[in-house]
Design a protein around this ligand. Structure first.
Ligand code: NAD
Length: 509
Protein backbone atom coordinates (compact mmCIF):
# COMPACT_ATOMS: atom_id res chain seq x y z
CA UNK A 1 0.00 0.00 0.00
CA UNK A 2 1.36 3.39 -0.94
CA UNK A 3 1.48 6.15 1.61
CA UNK A 4 2.33 8.88 -0.85
CA UNK A 5 -0.60 11.15 0.13
CA UNK A 6 0.29 10.85 3.81
CA UNK A 7 3.99 11.39 3.20
CA UNK A 8 3.26 14.51 1.17
CA UNK A 9 0.74 15.76 3.72
CA UNK A 10 3.13 15.10 6.58
CA UNK A 11 5.91 16.99 4.83
CA UNK A 12 3.58 19.96 4.47
CA UNK A 13 2.54 19.71 8.11
CA UNK A 14 6.20 19.60 9.14
CA UNK A 15 6.92 22.79 7.23
CA UNK A 16 3.81 24.40 8.71
CA UNK A 17 4.95 23.37 12.21
CA UNK A 18 8.41 24.81 11.74
CA UNK A 19 6.98 28.10 10.52
CA UNK A 20 4.55 28.26 13.43
CA UNK A 21 7.30 27.58 15.95
CA UNK A 22 9.41 30.33 14.40
CA UNK A 23 6.53 32.80 14.51
CA UNK A 24 5.97 31.88 18.16
CA UNK A 25 9.61 32.63 18.91
CA UNK A 26 10.66 29.00 19.46
CA UNK A 27 14.02 27.94 18.07
CA UNK A 28 13.95 24.56 16.36
CA UNK A 29 14.85 22.18 19.19
CA UNK A 30 17.85 19.86 18.80
CA UNK A 31 16.73 16.38 17.71
CA UNK A 32 16.27 13.76 20.38
CA UNK A 33 14.37 10.69 21.49
CA UNK A 34 11.01 12.41 22.09
CA UNK A 35 8.73 12.25 19.08
CA UNK A 36 6.22 15.04 18.38
CA UNK A 37 3.52 13.56 16.18
CA UNK A 38 0.39 14.88 14.58
CA UNK A 39 -2.81 12.85 14.83
CA UNK A 40 -3.84 14.41 11.50
CA UNK A 41 -1.62 11.92 9.65
CA UNK A 42 -0.34 9.96 12.63
CA UNK A 43 3.20 10.74 11.59
CA UNK A 44 6.16 12.36 13.29
CA UNK A 45 6.60 16.10 12.86
CA UNK A 46 9.81 16.68 14.70
CA UNK A 47 11.91 15.05 17.42
CA UNK A 48 13.29 16.71 20.52
CA UNK A 49 15.23 15.82 23.62
CA UNK A 50 13.50 14.47 26.68
CA UNK A 51 14.64 15.83 30.04
CA UNK A 52 16.82 13.40 31.95
CA UNK A 53 16.81 13.05 35.70
CA UNK A 54 19.56 15.65 36.16
CA UNK A 55 17.63 18.15 34.02
CA UNK A 56 14.48 17.62 36.10
CA UNK A 57 16.46 18.14 39.29
CA UNK A 58 18.07 21.29 37.89
CA UNK A 59 14.67 22.68 36.80
CA UNK A 60 13.24 22.17 40.29
CA UNK A 61 16.33 23.80 41.80
CA UNK A 62 15.96 26.84 39.53
CA UNK A 63 12.25 27.14 40.35
CA UNK A 64 12.94 26.82 44.09
CA UNK A 65 15.66 29.48 43.89
CA UNK A 66 13.45 31.85 41.88
CA UNK A 67 10.67 31.38 44.44
CA UNK A 68 12.78 32.90 47.22
CA UNK A 69 12.57 36.30 45.56
CA UNK A 70 9.29 35.94 43.65
CA UNK A 71 7.29 35.41 46.87
CA UNK A 72 8.34 38.89 48.07
CA UNK A 73 7.28 40.71 44.88
CA UNK A 74 3.88 42.33 45.58
CA UNK A 75 1.08 40.35 43.95
CA UNK A 76 -0.16 43.23 41.72
CA UNK A 77 3.40 43.53 40.39
CA UNK A 78 3.60 39.80 39.79
CA UNK A 79 0.48 40.23 37.68
CA UNK A 80 2.51 42.29 35.19
CA UNK A 81 3.98 39.03 33.83
CA UNK A 82 0.52 37.57 33.37
CA UNK A 83 -0.74 40.77 31.74
CA UNK A 84 2.11 40.64 29.25
CA UNK A 85 1.49 36.93 28.66
CA UNK A 86 -2.16 37.72 27.85
CA UNK A 87 -1.02 40.33 25.32
CA UNK A 88 1.39 37.86 23.68
CA UNK A 89 -1.31 35.18 23.58
CA UNK A 90 -3.71 37.65 21.97
CA UNK A 91 -1.10 38.57 19.36
CA UNK A 92 -0.32 34.88 18.68
CA UNK A 93 -3.77 33.37 19.13
CA UNK A 94 -3.95 32.05 15.56
CA UNK A 95 -0.45 30.54 15.54
CA UNK A 96 -0.81 28.86 18.92
CA UNK A 97 -4.30 27.66 18.00
CA UNK A 98 -2.94 26.14 14.79
CA UNK A 99 -0.19 24.38 16.71
CA UNK A 100 -2.85 22.92 19.04
CA UNK A 101 -4.67 21.66 15.94
CA UNK A 102 -1.50 20.09 14.57
CA UNK A 103 -0.50 18.42 17.81
CA UNK A 104 -3.80 17.54 19.47
CA UNK A 105 -6.03 17.34 16.38
CA UNK A 106 -8.64 19.84 17.58
CA UNK A 107 -10.68 21.68 14.96
CA UNK A 108 -9.69 25.33 14.43
CA UNK A 109 -12.59 26.86 16.36
CA UNK A 110 -11.92 24.71 19.43
CA UNK A 111 -8.16 25.21 19.28
CA UNK A 112 -8.59 28.96 19.06
CA UNK A 113 -11.13 28.71 21.88
CA UNK A 114 -8.56 26.96 23.99
CA UNK A 115 -6.18 29.88 23.52
CA UNK A 116 -9.04 32.27 24.33
CA UNK A 117 -9.50 30.37 27.57
CA UNK A 118 -5.83 31.06 28.35
CA UNK A 119 -6.37 34.77 27.79
CA UNK A 120 -9.51 34.67 29.95
CA UNK A 121 -7.72 33.04 32.88
CA UNK A 122 -4.88 35.56 32.58
CA UNK A 123 -7.44 38.36 32.93
CA UNK A 124 -8.97 36.60 35.91
CA UNK A 125 -5.55 36.18 37.53
CA UNK A 126 -4.65 39.84 37.00
CA UNK A 127 -7.78 40.91 38.90
CA UNK A 128 -7.17 38.20 41.48
CA UNK A 129 -3.74 39.67 42.23
CA UNK A 130 -5.53 42.48 44.10
CA UNK A 131 -8.03 40.17 45.79
CA UNK A 132 -6.03 37.55 47.68
CA UNK A 133 -8.21 38.32 50.66
CA UNK A 134 -7.69 37.06 54.16
CA UNK A 135 -10.42 37.35 56.81
CA UNK A 136 -10.41 39.23 60.06
CA UNK A 137 -12.42 37.57 62.83
CA UNK A 138 -13.53 38.98 66.15
CA UNK A 139 -11.10 37.86 68.82
CA UNK A 140 -12.57 36.58 72.10
CA UNK A 141 -9.82 38.45 73.97
CA UNK A 142 -9.85 42.21 74.59
CA UNK A 143 -7.10 44.18 72.85
CA UNK A 144 -6.44 41.40 70.32
CA UNK A 145 -6.78 41.10 66.58
CA UNK A 146 -7.34 37.74 64.90
CA UNK A 147 -6.82 37.38 61.17
CA UNK A 148 -5.75 35.13 58.33
CA UNK A 149 -3.09 35.97 55.78
CA UNK A 150 -2.34 34.10 52.57
CA UNK A 151 1.24 33.53 51.51
CA UNK A 152 2.86 32.03 48.42
CA UNK A 153 3.17 28.26 48.71
CA UNK A 154 6.34 27.39 46.79
CA UNK A 155 7.12 25.43 43.64
CA UNK A 156 4.04 24.13 41.84
CA UNK A 157 4.52 21.04 39.68
CA UNK A 158 2.01 21.06 36.83
CA UNK A 159 1.39 17.75 35.05
CA UNK A 160 -1.00 18.06 32.11
CA UNK A 161 -2.88 15.84 29.68
CA UNK A 162 -2.79 15.84 25.87
CA UNK A 163 -6.38 16.91 25.30
CA UNK A 164 -6.09 20.42 26.75
CA UNK A 165 -2.43 20.95 26.00
CA UNK A 166 -2.38 24.69 26.68
CA UNK A 167 -5.49 25.81 28.63
CA UNK A 168 -4.86 23.60 31.67
CA UNK A 169 -1.30 24.89 31.87
CA UNK A 170 -2.60 28.47 31.76
CA UNK A 171 -5.24 27.78 34.45
CA UNK A 172 -2.50 26.64 36.76
CA UNK A 173 0.29 28.96 35.77
CA UNK A 174 -1.55 32.29 35.62
CA UNK A 175 -3.04 31.70 39.07
CA UNK A 176 0.15 30.22 40.58
CA UNK A 177 2.26 33.14 39.39
CA UNK A 178 0.06 35.87 40.87
CA UNK A 179 -0.11 33.81 44.07
CA UNK A 180 3.70 34.09 44.23
CA UNK A 181 4.54 30.51 43.29
CA UNK A 182 6.98 29.33 40.65
CA UNK A 183 6.11 26.55 38.21
CA UNK A 184 7.73 23.41 36.83
CA UNK A 185 5.59 22.06 33.98
CA UNK A 186 5.53 18.47 32.74
CA UNK A 187 3.23 18.49 29.71
CA UNK A 188 1.88 15.38 28.02
CA UNK A 189 4.49 13.55 25.98
CA UNK A 190 1.96 13.74 23.11
CA UNK A 191 2.06 17.56 22.99
CA UNK A 192 5.64 18.78 23.51
CA UNK A 193 5.54 21.52 20.85
CA UNK A 194 2.65 23.53 22.25
CA UNK A 195 4.47 23.26 25.58
CA UNK A 196 7.65 24.69 24.09
CA UNK A 197 5.64 27.56 22.62
CA UNK A 198 3.87 28.41 25.92
CA UNK A 199 7.14 28.19 27.83
CA UNK A 200 8.82 30.57 25.39
CA UNK A 201 5.89 33.04 25.46
CA UNK A 202 5.87 33.10 29.25
CA UNK A 203 9.60 33.59 29.59
CA UNK A 204 9.45 36.33 26.99
CA UNK A 205 6.61 37.98 28.94
CA UNK A 206 8.72 37.85 32.12
CA UNK A 207 11.78 39.33 30.42
CA UNK A 208 9.75 42.09 28.80
CA UNK A 209 8.39 43.31 32.14
CA UNK A 210 11.72 42.93 33.94
CA UNK A 211 10.71 39.85 35.95
CA UNK A 212 12.75 36.69 36.48
CA UNK A 213 12.06 34.24 33.62
CA UNK A 214 13.22 31.40 35.88
CA UNK A 215 9.80 31.50 37.57
CA UNK A 216 8.76 29.02 34.87
CA UNK A 217 10.52 25.77 34.04
CA UNK A 218 9.64 23.19 31.44
CA UNK A 219 10.56 19.50 31.60
CA UNK A 220 9.62 17.18 28.78
CA UNK A 221 9.23 13.44 28.56
CA UNK A 222 7.28 10.38 29.66
CA UNK A 223 5.50 9.58 32.91
CA UNK A 224 8.78 8.79 34.70
CA UNK A 225 9.75 12.46 34.42
CA UNK A 226 6.46 13.30 36.09
CA UNK A 227 7.15 10.79 38.85
CA UNK A 228 10.40 12.52 39.71
CA UNK A 229 8.50 15.80 40.02
CA UNK A 230 5.87 14.10 42.17
CA UNK A 231 8.47 12.65 44.53
CA UNK A 232 10.54 15.80 45.04
CA UNK A 233 9.79 17.35 48.41
CA UNK A 234 10.73 20.81 47.10
CA UNK A 235 7.53 20.71 45.03
CA UNK A 236 4.90 22.06 47.41
CA UNK A 237 1.88 21.43 45.20
CA UNK A 238 1.47 18.82 42.49
CA UNK A 239 -1.37 19.83 40.20
CA UNK A 240 -1.98 16.80 38.00
CA UNK A 241 -4.48 16.50 35.17
CA UNK A 242 -5.02 13.17 33.45
CA UNK A 243 -6.48 9.72 33.85
CA UNK A 244 -7.72 8.17 37.08
CA UNK A 245 -4.90 5.63 36.72
CA UNK A 246 -2.33 8.44 36.79
CA UNK A 247 -4.00 10.01 39.84
CA UNK A 248 -3.97 6.69 41.65
CA UNK A 249 -0.19 6.60 41.28
CA UNK A 250 0.45 10.27 41.98
CA UNK A 251 -1.77 10.89 45.03
CA UNK A 252 -0.26 8.33 47.46
CA UNK A 253 3.29 9.39 46.55
CA UNK A 254 2.58 13.05 47.23
CA UNK A 255 0.71 12.12 50.42
CA UNK A 256 3.67 10.01 51.62
CA UNK A 257 5.81 13.14 51.75
CA UNK A 258 2.92 15.32 53.04
CA UNK A 259 2.90 17.40 49.86
CA UNK A 260 -0.26 18.97 48.52
CA UNK A 261 -2.08 17.50 45.55
CA UNK A 262 -4.64 18.98 43.17
CA UNK A 263 -6.12 16.23 41.03
CA UNK A 264 -8.18 16.75 37.86
CA UNK A 265 -8.88 13.23 36.64
CA UNK A 266 -11.24 11.38 34.36
CA UNK A 267 -14.96 11.95 34.07
CA UNK A 268 -17.93 9.87 32.99
CA UNK A 269 -20.40 12.64 32.46
CA UNK A 270 -24.12 12.21 32.03
CA UNK A 271 -27.15 14.24 31.04
CA UNK A 272 -30.69 13.54 32.16
CA UNK A 273 -33.38 14.49 29.64
CA UNK A 274 -36.85 14.85 31.12
CA UNK A 275 -40.20 14.80 29.28
CA UNK A 276 -40.50 18.60 29.39
CA UNK A 277 -37.10 19.22 27.75
CA UNK A 278 -36.85 21.45 24.69
CA UNK A 279 -35.70 18.73 22.30
CA UNK A 280 -34.10 21.06 19.73
CA UNK A 281 -31.96 22.77 22.31
CA UNK A 282 -31.25 19.44 23.99
CA UNK A 283 -30.10 17.84 20.75
CA UNK A 284 -27.70 20.71 20.03
CA UNK A 285 -26.33 20.60 23.57
CA UNK A 286 -25.88 16.84 23.46
CA UNK A 287 -24.22 16.64 20.05
CA UNK A 288 -21.60 19.27 20.92
CA UNK A 289 -20.91 17.72 24.32
CA UNK A 290 -20.72 14.12 23.08
CA UNK A 291 -19.06 14.43 19.66
CA UNK A 292 -17.05 17.66 20.01
CA UNK A 293 -13.27 17.26 20.31
CA UNK A 294 -13.90 13.70 19.04
CA UNK A 295 -15.08 12.74 22.52
CA UNK A 296 -11.69 13.60 23.99
CA UNK A 297 -12.66 16.09 26.67
CA UNK A 298 -12.67 15.24 30.35
CA UNK A 299 -16.18 16.77 30.31
CA UNK A 300 -17.38 14.90 27.20
CA UNK A 301 -20.93 13.64 27.52
CA UNK A 302 -20.70 9.85 27.71
CA UNK A 303 -24.08 8.82 29.16
CA UNK A 304 -27.53 9.98 28.19
CA UNK A 305 -30.31 9.17 30.65
CA UNK A 306 -33.52 9.94 28.83
CA UNK A 307 -37.14 9.58 29.91
CA UNK A 308 -38.73 6.66 28.07
CA UNK A 309 -41.49 8.92 26.68
CA UNK A 310 -39.02 11.08 24.72
CA UNK A 311 -36.25 8.54 24.05
CA UNK A 312 -37.47 7.68 20.52
CA UNK A 313 -37.69 11.23 19.14
CA UNK A 314 -34.53 12.37 20.92
CA UNK A 315 -32.37 9.47 19.71
CA UNK A 316 -33.74 10.00 16.16
CA UNK A 317 -32.65 13.64 16.28
CA UNK A 318 -29.23 12.85 17.67
CA UNK A 319 -28.56 10.14 15.11
CA UNK A 320 -29.72 12.46 12.30
CA UNK A 321 -27.29 15.11 13.56
CA UNK A 322 -24.51 12.53 13.95
CA UNK A 323 -24.93 11.41 10.35
CA UNK A 324 -24.37 15.00 9.19
CA UNK A 325 -21.26 15.65 11.27
CA UNK A 326 -18.22 16.16 9.09
CA UNK A 327 -15.36 14.04 10.37
CA UNK A 328 -11.91 14.67 8.92
CA UNK A 329 -8.81 16.80 8.80
CA UNK A 330 -9.27 19.44 11.49
CA UNK A 331 -7.45 21.99 9.31
CA UNK A 332 -10.26 21.76 6.74
CA UNK A 333 -13.09 24.27 6.84
CA UNK A 334 -16.40 22.79 7.98
CA UNK A 335 -14.95 19.75 9.75
CA UNK A 336 -16.47 19.34 13.21
CA UNK A 337 -14.80 16.15 14.40
CA UNK A 338 -11.05 15.64 14.08
CA UNK A 339 -8.96 12.53 14.68
CA UNK A 340 -8.40 10.47 17.81
CA UNK A 341 -5.01 11.13 19.34
CA UNK A 342 -3.52 7.72 18.45
CA UNK A 343 -4.07 4.04 17.78
CA UNK A 344 -4.38 3.21 21.48
CA UNK A 345 -7.37 5.54 21.70
CA UNK A 346 -8.93 3.81 18.70
CA UNK A 347 -8.32 0.36 20.17
CA UNK A 348 -9.95 1.56 23.40
CA UNK A 349 -13.00 2.72 21.47
CA UNK A 350 -13.31 -0.49 19.48
CA UNK A 351 -13.02 -2.71 22.51
CA UNK A 352 -15.54 -0.62 24.48
CA UNK A 353 -18.02 -0.89 21.60
CA UNK A 354 -17.52 -4.67 21.43
CA UNK A 355 -18.17 -4.97 25.15
CA UNK A 356 -21.23 -2.73 24.96
CA UNK A 357 -22.73 -4.83 22.15
CA UNK A 358 -21.95 -8.03 24.07
CA UNK A 359 -23.86 -6.53 27.01
CA UNK A 360 -26.95 -6.23 24.79
CA UNK A 361 -26.30 -2.71 23.50
CA UNK A 362 -27.75 -1.66 20.17
CA UNK A 363 -25.50 0.44 17.93
CA UNK A 364 -27.80 3.16 16.59
CA UNK A 365 -25.17 4.86 14.48
CA UNK A 366 -21.47 5.53 14.03
CA UNK A 367 -18.50 3.79 15.61
CA UNK A 368 -16.71 2.99 12.37
CA UNK A 369 -13.24 4.10 11.40
CA UNK A 370 -13.10 6.21 8.27
CA UNK A 371 -11.00 4.72 5.54
CA UNK A 372 -8.40 6.98 4.01
CA UNK A 373 -4.82 7.14 2.89
CA UNK A 374 -3.60 7.71 6.45
CA UNK A 375 -3.22 4.29 7.98
CA UNK A 376 -1.50 5.85 11.00
CA UNK A 377 -4.30 8.34 11.59
CA UNK A 378 -7.54 7.41 13.36
CA UNK A 379 -10.71 9.14 12.28
CA UNK A 380 -13.95 7.70 13.65
CA UNK A 381 -17.64 8.45 13.40
CA UNK A 382 -19.07 9.28 16.85
CA UNK A 383 -21.09 6.33 18.11
CA UNK A 384 -24.55 6.29 19.68
CA UNK A 385 -25.37 3.08 21.52
CA UNK A 386 -28.63 2.24 23.26
CA UNK A 387 -27.94 0.21 26.39
CA UNK A 388 -30.35 -2.02 28.34
CA UNK A 389 -28.53 -1.23 31.60
CA UNK A 390 -25.56 0.64 33.03
CA UNK A 391 -23.07 -2.20 32.65
CA UNK A 392 -19.36 -2.16 33.60
CA UNK A 393 -18.23 -0.68 30.29
CA UNK A 394 -20.68 2.22 30.69
CA UNK A 395 -19.31 2.95 34.14
CA UNK A 396 -15.79 3.33 32.73
CA UNK A 397 -14.39 6.36 30.94
CA UNK A 398 -13.49 5.44 27.36
CA UNK A 399 -11.68 8.45 25.95
CA UNK A 400 -13.41 8.44 22.56
CA UNK A 401 -16.77 9.55 21.12
CA UNK A 402 -19.20 6.92 22.41
CA UNK A 403 -22.53 8.07 23.80
CA UNK A 404 -24.46 5.41 25.74
CA UNK A 405 -28.20 6.01 25.95
CA UNK A 406 -30.23 4.63 28.85
CA UNK A 407 -33.92 5.19 29.56
CA UNK A 408 -35.74 5.94 32.81
CA UNK A 409 -39.29 6.30 34.14
CA UNK A 410 -38.79 8.01 37.46
CA UNK A 411 -36.49 10.99 38.18
CA UNK A 412 -35.19 9.55 41.46
CA UNK A 413 -34.11 6.40 39.62
CA UNK A 414 -32.53 8.54 36.89
CA UNK A 415 -30.48 10.43 39.47
CA UNK A 416 -29.41 7.16 41.05
CA UNK A 417 -28.28 5.89 37.67
CA UNK A 418 -26.57 9.20 37.03
CA UNK A 419 -24.57 8.99 40.26
CA UNK A 420 -23.93 5.26 39.93
CA UNK A 421 -20.43 5.59 38.43
CA UNK A 422 -17.04 5.99 40.13
CA UNK A 423 -16.29 9.39 38.52
CA UNK A 424 -17.91 12.74 39.42
CA UNK A 425 -16.88 15.52 37.07
CA UNK A 426 -19.67 17.11 35.03
CA UNK A 427 -23.42 16.63 34.67
CA UNK A 428 -26.52 18.18 33.12
CA UNK A 429 -30.27 18.06 33.20
CA UNK A 430 -32.41 19.17 30.28
CA UNK A 431 -35.83 20.20 31.54
CA UNK A 432 -38.33 23.05 31.56
CA UNK A 433 -39.68 22.00 34.93
CA UNK A 434 -38.09 24.02 37.72
CA UNK A 435 -38.83 21.35 40.30
CA UNK A 436 -36.83 18.82 38.33
CA UNK A 437 -33.97 21.28 37.77
CA UNK A 438 -33.77 22.15 41.47
CA UNK A 439 -34.01 18.48 42.45
CA UNK A 440 -30.98 17.78 40.21
CA UNK A 441 -28.97 20.63 41.78
CA UNK A 442 -29.93 19.76 45.37
CA UNK A 443 -27.79 17.90 47.92
CA UNK A 444 -29.35 14.59 46.92
CA UNK A 445 -29.16 15.39 43.21
CA UNK A 446 -26.09 15.25 40.97
CA UNK A 447 -22.95 14.29 42.92
CA UNK A 448 -20.60 15.99 40.43
CA UNK A 449 -18.36 19.03 40.74
CA UNK A 450 -20.21 20.60 37.82
CA UNK A 451 -24.01 20.40 37.52
CA UNK A 452 -25.73 22.28 34.68
CA UNK A 453 -29.28 22.96 33.59
CA UNK A 454 -30.17 23.11 29.88
CA UNK A 455 -26.59 23.16 28.71
CA UNK A 456 -24.24 20.29 27.96
CA UNK A 457 -21.57 18.86 30.24
CA UNK A 458 -18.60 20.38 28.43
CA UNK A 459 -17.42 23.92 27.81
CA UNK A 460 -16.99 25.40 31.28
CA UNK A 461 -16.22 29.09 31.78
CA UNK A 462 -13.09 30.04 33.70
CA UNK A 463 -14.95 32.13 36.29
CA UNK A 464 -16.23 29.10 38.19
CA UNK A 465 -14.15 26.55 40.06
CA UNK A 466 -13.49 23.56 37.81
CA UNK A 467 -13.14 19.98 39.01
CA UNK A 468 -14.96 16.92 40.20
CA UNK A 469 -15.61 14.48 43.00
CA UNK A 470 -14.98 10.78 43.65
CA UNK A 471 -12.42 9.32 41.24
CA UNK A 472 -12.18 12.65 39.42
CA UNK A 473 -9.96 13.57 42.34
CA UNK A 474 -11.67 16.39 44.24
CA UNK A 475 -9.42 19.18 42.93
CA UNK A 476 -10.61 22.64 41.92
CA UNK A 477 -8.84 24.83 39.41
CA UNK A 478 -9.44 28.01 37.48
CA UNK A 479 -11.87 30.60 38.89
CA UNK A 480 -13.79 31.30 42.10
CA UNK A 481 -11.59 30.66 45.17
CA UNK A 482 -9.47 27.88 43.61
CA UNK A 483 -6.46 30.13 44.19
CA UNK A 484 -6.47 29.09 47.84
CA UNK A 485 -4.93 25.73 46.87
CA UNK A 486 -1.94 27.62 45.47
CA UNK A 487 -1.25 29.49 48.72
CA UNK A 488 -0.64 28.70 52.36
CA UNK A 489 -2.76 30.21 55.08
CA UNK A 490 -1.42 31.67 58.30
CA UNK A 491 -3.65 32.56 61.25
CA UNK A 492 -2.28 35.58 63.11
CA UNK A 493 -3.19 36.79 66.58
CA UNK A 494 -1.92 40.23 67.52
CA UNK A 495 -2.07 41.41 71.12
CA UNK A 496 -2.08 45.20 71.25
CA UNK A 497 -3.05 45.36 74.96
CA UNK A 498 -0.90 45.40 78.07
CA UNK A 499 -2.49 42.17 79.38
CA UNK A 500 -1.89 38.57 78.39
CA UNK A 501 -5.30 36.88 78.55
CA UNK A 502 -5.36 33.25 77.41
CA UNK A 503 -7.97 31.79 75.10
CA UNK A 504 -10.82 29.73 76.57
CA UNK A 505 -10.46 31.81 79.76
CA UNK A 506 -7.59 29.65 81.01
CA UNK A 507 -5.71 31.11 83.96
CA UNK A 508 -2.05 30.14 84.25
CA UNK A 509 -0.64 32.07 87.17
P1 NAD B 1 -2.62 10.36 31.16
O1 NAD B 1 -3.05 10.05 32.55
O2 NAD B 1 -2.14 9.27 30.30
O3 NAD B 1 -1.42 11.44 31.22
C1 NAD B 1 -1.60 12.71 31.80
C2 NAD B 1 -0.24 13.24 32.23
O4 NAD B 1 0.21 12.50 33.36
C3 NAD B 1 0.85 13.10 31.18
O5 NAD B 1 1.67 14.24 31.22
C4 NAD B 1 1.60 11.86 31.65
O6 NAD B 1 2.94 11.81 31.22
C5 NAD B 1 1.52 12.04 33.14
N1 NAD B 1 1.67 10.82 33.94
C6 NAD B 1 1.16 9.59 33.69
N2 NAD B 1 1.47 8.74 34.68
C7 NAD B 1 2.17 9.44 35.59
C8 NAD B 1 2.77 9.12 36.85
N3 NAD B 1 2.71 7.89 37.35
N4 NAD B 1 3.43 10.10 37.52
C9 NAD B 1 3.50 11.35 37.02
N5 NAD B 1 2.95 11.71 35.84
C10 NAD B 1 2.30 10.77 35.13
O7 NAD B 1 -3.84 11.15 30.46
P2 NAD B 1 -4.02 11.59 28.95
O8 NAD B 1 -4.29 10.40 28.10
O9 NAD B 1 -2.96 12.53 28.54
O10 NAD B 1 -5.36 12.47 29.06
C11 NAD B 1 -6.64 11.94 29.08
C12 NAD B 1 -7.17 11.77 30.49
O11 NAD B 1 -7.06 13.01 31.20
C13 NAD B 1 -8.64 11.43 30.53
O12 NAD B 1 -8.85 10.49 31.55
C14 NAD B 1 -9.30 12.75 30.87
O13 NAD B 1 -10.57 12.64 31.46
C15 NAD B 1 -8.32 13.35 31.79
N6 NAD B 1 -8.45 14.79 31.87
C16 NAD B 1 -9.02 15.34 33.00
C17 NAD B 1 -9.21 16.70 33.07
C18 NAD B 1 -9.86 17.31 34.27
O14 NAD B 1 -9.74 18.53 34.41
N7 NAD B 1 -10.53 16.57 35.13
C19 NAD B 1 -8.79 17.53 32.03
C20 NAD B 1 -8.19 16.95 30.91
C21 NAD B 1 -8.02 15.57 30.85
Amino acid sequence: MSHAPTDGATRELREQTEKLLQRLGVETPPPGELSARTPITGRELITLRASDSAAVDAAITRAATAFRNWRTVPAPQRAAVVRRLAALLTAHQDELGELVTLEAGKIGAEARGEVQEMIDICEFAIGLSRQLYGRTMPSERPGHRLMETWHPLGVVGVISAFNFPVAVWAWNTAVALVCGDTVVWKPSEATPLTALACHELLRRAAREVGADPEVHQLIQGPAAIGEQLVDDSRVALVSATGSVRMGQRVAPRVAARFGRCLLELGGNNAAIVTPSADLDLTTRGIVFAAAGTAGQRCTTLRRLIVHASVAGPLLDRISAAYRQLRVGNPLDEGVLVGPLINERAYDGMRSALERALADGGELICGGERLEGPDEDAFYVRPALVRMPAQTAVVREETFAPILYALTYHDLDAAIELHNGVPQGLSSSIFTRDQREAERFLAADGSDCGIANVNIGTSGAEIGGAFGGEKQTGGGRESGSDSWKTYMRRATNTVNYSTELPLAQGIRFE
